[in-house]
Design a protein around this ligand. Structure first.
Ligand SMILES: Nc1nc2c(ncn2[C@@H]2O[C@H](COP(=O)(O)OP(=O)(O)OP(=O)(O)O)[C@@H](O)[C@H]2O)c(=O)[nH]1
Ligand SMILES: [Mg+2]
Length: 355
């Protein structure tokens, strides 16, 4: 899901101003056309004003509704991300209010056009035109708080990572400075920022490992994921990505202990077990160390299935990815069957209600 494409949401005053200005422009054009008499010209001007304002407002409101995703149908990762960073209930209420305004504006526009069209004199014409613009302004003003809320929400959602939630996903975890971004850059074409100090990465970096027809998503998850109560927004994103999106965790241990001692790194590995995800242990920076030290650490610490070679790691990820693709395809198939059954059930219930 990509939240970058959410449209900017204006204030109700701005939408009205634009609609009124389109109405004035339409009136100018109609004023230049020839008519049989003054009254039919005035009527055409008022009808065109209403039509122009109606089109502008309905288009603006529809664009908002189309641009925002249907919250209940989002992947659990995005649903929980919304719940942790925004007022979820208010978001749903505000989108509901915009839909309400759209229905009102649409209905009023169609009705007013007809009424004005059938007016017999100037007094009625002016009364209904004023009525239309007064009521349409009132509908828009009633949702002004919702528009403000949605714009604030959009700004937050723009910062959400564009994670693909239906492909095999590997989260790269480990203490700051262990080499997470370096590994992502080596396994995928991604070019994350890499620096020789901790807390370099301030967003979730994504990369895609492609081989033959296979595609695996890798997420470089910054932060230590072990201070839930103190997490900042990015750490929360990383935590939720591991919780909801990771099919596999690659846990990096930096044996040079350049920033964190091995004991601390192993303690975090234990904590990550709470996620219940298959975990690959990878030693980074082994090029800086004696092979003997690497081997003795593995045996002393009784570590199992440690990978120290990047090509071996890549092979392991690809092999797991292939199996995961089969699993995901099966899940999708089950979901499709479930949806079809639900639709059939709903159709049957609808048919019975009509009887
Ligand atoms: N020699 C060597 N240096 C490495 C290796 N992996 C990472 N480094 C270096 O370690 C430092 C930190 O690497 P990053 O990839 O930025 O580490 P990170 O885990 O993403 O760090 P944060 O974003 O701060 O969490 C950089 O100077 C890298 O060049 C490796 O396998 N060998
Ligand atoms: Mg990094």
């Amino acid at each position: 899901m990509n939240f970058q494409t959410l449209v900017t949401i204006e204030t109700s005053d701005r939408y009205l101003k634009t609609a009124f200005s389109r109405a004035r422009e339409a009136a100018e054009k109609t004023r230049e056309k020839p008519f049989a008499n003054r009254f039919s010209k005035s009527k055409a001007i008022e009808v065109d004003k209403v039509v122009a304002a109606h089109r502008t407002l309905t288009k603006s409101l529809k664009t908002i509704l189309v641009s925002f995703p249907s919250i209940d149908q989002l992947d659990p990762f995005y649903q929980e991300l919304i719940r942790t960073t925004l007022d979820y209930a208010q978001l749903k209420r505000s989108l509901g209010s915009i839909n309400w305004a759209l229905q009102k504006v649409m209905h009023l526009g169609v009705e007013s056009k007809q009424t004005i069209y059938h007016c017999q004199d100037m007094t009625a014409l002016n009364k209904h035109r004023r009525g239309y613009f007064g009521r349409v302004s009132s509908f828009m003003k009633q949702v002004s708080r919702d528009l403000e809320f949605l714009e604030a929400a959009r700004k937050i959602m723009k910062g959400y990572p564009a994670i693909k939630t239906a492909i095999p996903t590997v989260c790269i975890c480990g203490f700051p400075n262990v080499g997470k971004s370096t590994l992502l850059g080596r396994l995928t074409p991604a070019k994350p920022e890499i620096k020789n100090y901790a807390f370099t990465t301030k967003q979730l970096n994504l990369g895609y490992l492609k081989e033959a027809q296979h595609k695996i998503q890798l997420i470089d998850t910054p932060g230590t994921l072990d201070r839930l109560e103190k997490m900042n927004d990015i750490e929360k994103q990383a935590y939720l990505a591991v919780k909801h999106c990771a099919d596999v965790i690659v846990y990096i241990i930096d044996l040079t202990e350049s920033s964190y001692p091995l004991d601390k790194q192993l303690a975090l590995l234990e904590k990550l077990k709470a996620f219940g995800k298959p975990t690959i242990l990878y030693f980074s920076k082994t090029d800086l160390l004696d092979k003997a030290l690497v081997d003795s650490t593995i045996s002393k610490r009784k570590l199992k299935e440690v990978i120290t070679d990047i090509d071996e790691l890549k092979k392991d990820i690809l092999a797991r990815g292939e199996k995961l693709e089969v699993k995901i395809a099966r899940q999708r198939d089950d979901e499709r069957k479930e949806q079809a059954l639900r639709r059939q059930q709903e159709e049957r219930e609808g048919f019975e209600d009509e009887q």
